[in-house]
Design a protein around this ligand. Structure first.
Ligand code: B12
Ligand code: SF4
Length: 495
């Protein structure tokens, strides 16, 4: 029996960690999770747990935040092993060179691999040949081939929410974070999902990247959580799109109101959404949906981002959402290499026409795990010396002459969309130096839209914001400004 600690640097309940914890506990291991912002003495709490293994989830920009603490924990606990997983190490093995910190990484879905690895360490067996595992072999990172993804999500134990809901802040908030599926119907070029799909699916018959829990499993999972944590008033589905499988939302509409009965918000894929689905979502209890518009230019959306959303869909679906009284928010990207500043103002105008209840606006970040990001690095479009921290709210790494204007537009985007005459004013304001007032403008819109439009509640959102505000506008990776870095993606959790 091993003791596994998951240190976490965002105040959010992570589905991957919940599932890994459940799978490990099913095998008799003991797991716990430690969130930096929720512990008075974060390093002391991890030490007091006396872990044998540390499991660190990584996204690009959030891959080395725990390194300094790990070095100190390893001094205190000489037997301690560390495994890193998640999207960053699934595409980039360079962390393995930090030999004093990282013992192994796991690529892709890790349920089976994490069990194999920890039990091999426990038994003193070699790990070099285990599927999905990467480690240094003769000083060189070596990645083993991966297993097929989990075919049937219902075969997994219910995600272990207890490791997160031991924290009063997470269990007492209004909205519970849940996942109903894995995968995505799209393969956008700025997102890691496209390459995951290519890399993780071998093409064998029956292997699917897009998978949904059965509605019965999902309702049982909900009731298991609600029996122990009854205070939640709403559910937010973190899935790329809740309408992943045809007919699924119709079954949800039949069962969810009777068996769970909580209102919910979710992301939708508007290419696979028709009026019947919207009616079913409404019947199921959906109050708010979010979808990626990303660019006002159809050409950029179709040709560069490969998003597949035509203007007809982008302007047609919102009319249906309004007709059936569902609020909706759009996601938008500023500062990708495909767009000029004028194109970005076209995205402002597209939002004015779509009339969303809120606009999330993120700065483009070139991930090496994406088609577009790889192209940016290859073509020298990225300022690799610039440390923008983990956030895609704060700054941009792209080399562009109009960078200041782009970053300012991201901060003032909502003003341009919602204020009468806003575009003309913002066109002037973006030329000014960056400043905290613009940052605050973004924060207040985020707060209003998240708290009011998506139903999180002003007070919960303020508390989440206070936990995360430093990181939204904070800098530096690798532990220098660790606590501030911590909070960044609570900002995205706000999203
Ligand atoms: C929901 C979501 C969020 C949510 C919740 C985060 C989460 N991961 O749970 C929120 C809103 C908080 C969020 C925030 C961010 N996100 Co996000 N998010 C997603 C999304 C849509 C689904 C993730 C998910 O829960 N999947 C279901 C679970 C079961 O899968 P999983 O998390 O991948 O977990 C499996 C494996 O990764 C692995 N694993 C997970 N944790 C661990 C830990 C250990 C120790 C091990 C060994 C293995 C392991 O095993 C799990 C089970 O098989 C993905 C896209 C996608 N489809 O993956 C993007 C995605 C992960 N996010 C992304 C990004 C960029 C971010 C942010 C950095 C945004 C920002 N700050 O600017 C932050 C970073 C958060 C953080 N602290 O690292 C990128 C990452 C790209 C990259 N190369 O790094 C993705 C891939 C989308 C994209 N744009 O390409 N995100
Ligand atoms: S729709 Fe969202 S999750 Fe799916 S590939 Fe595009 S950006 Fe990624």
């Amino acid at each position: 029996m091993a003791r596994i600690a998951f240190p976490v640097t965002t105040c959010h309940e992570f589905e991957g960690i919940k599932v890994l914890s459940a799978v490990l506990e099913q095998r008799g291991h003991v797991t716990d999770c430690f969130i930096t912002s929720e512990e008075k003495d974060f390093e002391g709490a991890v030490l007091a747990f006396q872990p044998d293994v540390l499991g660190v989830y990584t996204t690009t920009g959030q891959e080395a935040w725990a390194h300094d603490a790990i070095r100190r924990w390893k001094q205190e606990l000489p037997h301690l092993k560390t495994v890193f997983g998640g999207p960053h190490v699934s595409h980039d093995l360079s962390l393995l060179y930090d030999e004093d910190v990282v013992d192994a990484t796991i690529k892709a879905e890790s349920e089976q691999a994490v069990v194999d690895l920890i039990e091999a360490w426990e038994a003193g067996r070699p790990i070099e040949d285990l599927p999905n595992i990467a480690c240094l072999v003769d000083g060189v990172p070596h990645q083993n081939p991966i297993r097929p993804v989990i075919g049937d999500l219902d075969s997994l134990p219910f995600p272990n929410v207890d490791v997160f809901y031991k924290y009063p802040f997470l269990r007492d908030k209004r909205v519970m974070q849940v996942h109903a599926s894995r995968g995505c119907q799209n393969s956008c070029t700025y997102c890691s999902v496209g390459l995951m799909k290519k890399d993780w699916i071998s093409g064998k018959r029956g292997e699917r990247f897009n998978r949904t829990k059965s509605v019965d499993y999902l309702c049982a999972e909900m009731n298991d959580i609600l029996a122990r944590y009854p205070a939640f008033r709403m559910v937010n589905f973190g899935d790329a799109a809740l309408n992943m499988e045809s007919g699924w939302v119709q079954e949800l509409a039949d069962k969810w109101p009777r068996e769970v009965g909580l209102p919910f918000a979710c992301n939708v894929n508007i290419n696979h959404l028709d009026e019947d689905d919207i009616i079913a979502l409404k019947r199921a209890g959906c109050v708010s949906v979010q979808f990626g518009l990303e660019s006002g230019s159809e050409d950029v959306r179709l040709r560069v981002y490969k998003k597949g959303y035509t203007d007809e869909v982008v302007y047609g679906i919102p009319q249906l959402l309004r007709k059936h009284k569902l609020t909706y928010r759009t996601n938008n990207i500023m500062g990708s290499p495909a767009e000029s500043l004028d194109d970005m103002f076209a995205t402002v105008r597209a939002n004015k026409r779509i009339k969303p209840n809120g606009c999330t606006v993120l700065l483009y970040r070139p991930f090496k795990s994406t088609v577009l990001g790889r192209e940016d690095y290859a073509l020298g479009r990225v300022d690799t010396e610039k440390d923008i921290g983990p956030s895609i709210q704060n700054d941009s790494m792209m080399k562009r002459d109009d960078l200041r204007e782009v970053v300012n537009l991201q901060k003032l985007f909502n003003l341009a969309v919602y204020m009468p005459g806003g575009e003309a004013l913002v066109r002037k304001l973006v030329r000014l130096p960056r400043n905290r007032v613009f940052d605050l403008s973004l924060l207040s819109f985020l707060w209003y839209q998240h708290a009011v439009v998506s139903g999180y509640g002003m007070f919960d959102d303020l508390k989440l914001g206070l936990r995360n505000v430093g990181q939204i506008f904070g800098k530096s990776r690798g532990g220098k400004n660790q606590l501030l870095d911590t909070m960044d993606t609570g900002g995205e959790a706000i999203i």
